[in-house]
Write a protein that binds this ligand. Sequence first.
Ligand code: AMP
Ligand code: GLY
Length: 253
Amino acid sequence: HSIVNAVQELEVGFVIIGPEEPLSLGLADEMAKLGVPCFGPSKSAAQIETSKQWAKAIMAAGNVPTGRSVAVSNMEEALAALDPFGLPVVIKADGLAAGKGVVVAQTRAEAVEALGSFLTDRALGEAGALCLIEEYLDGSELSVFALCDGKTTRLISFACDYKRAYDGDAGLNTGGMGAYAPPAIVTPKLLETVMRTIVDPTAAAMDAAGAPMCGDFYAGLMLTASGPKVIEFNCRFGDPEIQVMLPLLDGDL
Ligand code: AMP
Ligand code: GLY
């Protein structure tokens, strides 16, 4: 509410929403009510980032390649669903967790511990009241960024980030320790595939669901042997990724 007040008092003419929390709280919807142009999705479209289960449903509707997953809300469901995934297996809290909501479990014990911590102990609060058990995807990670006005998408750039803490990736996942762009693994053909099989059908499925994307698609991808697959979507520029991508743009953003 203080941001809404400030926008009115300062007669702000254009708002770019950076982080996920105000998007999740509906700041873009408030800007629409005020008639102030805003870069950033509505609360409902922000679910592509704020609910991993919602994102999976959109991806299913758009036939977008991603890891197989099951949503669980208690330990009984979780234990019944876990074993068919094999190892490693990925445990994800449904909601926002600032990079702390994903555990890549190498052993069954680690997976059970992560599920217990999210579902039972509520280590992440309500963000972990629902969890996904997800297929482990093997490959190189790449983040692709595309602008969307609700219908039309345009590739902006791509980057890789360093997610794990400590030298040699010895620590836990973080929101991102650093980033580099442009990564050498990327070819024009790969980008064409990402836009055609991932970004465009996701935009179309969100529009069809009544939650058109306005802002930036941040597609977190695993480049697997069977093509690029979605690990996660964010609905904003990445921190720190945008810091290495903006200097690469020739024009005026
Ligand atoms: P996320 O917050 O969803 O981007 O996940 C954080 C990190 O966990 C990713 O950058 C990957 O390194 C890893 N990760 C997430 N999902 C998977 C998956 N299905 N397979 C392998 N690694 C994953
Ligand atoms: N660096 C990951 C993020 O901004 O979510």
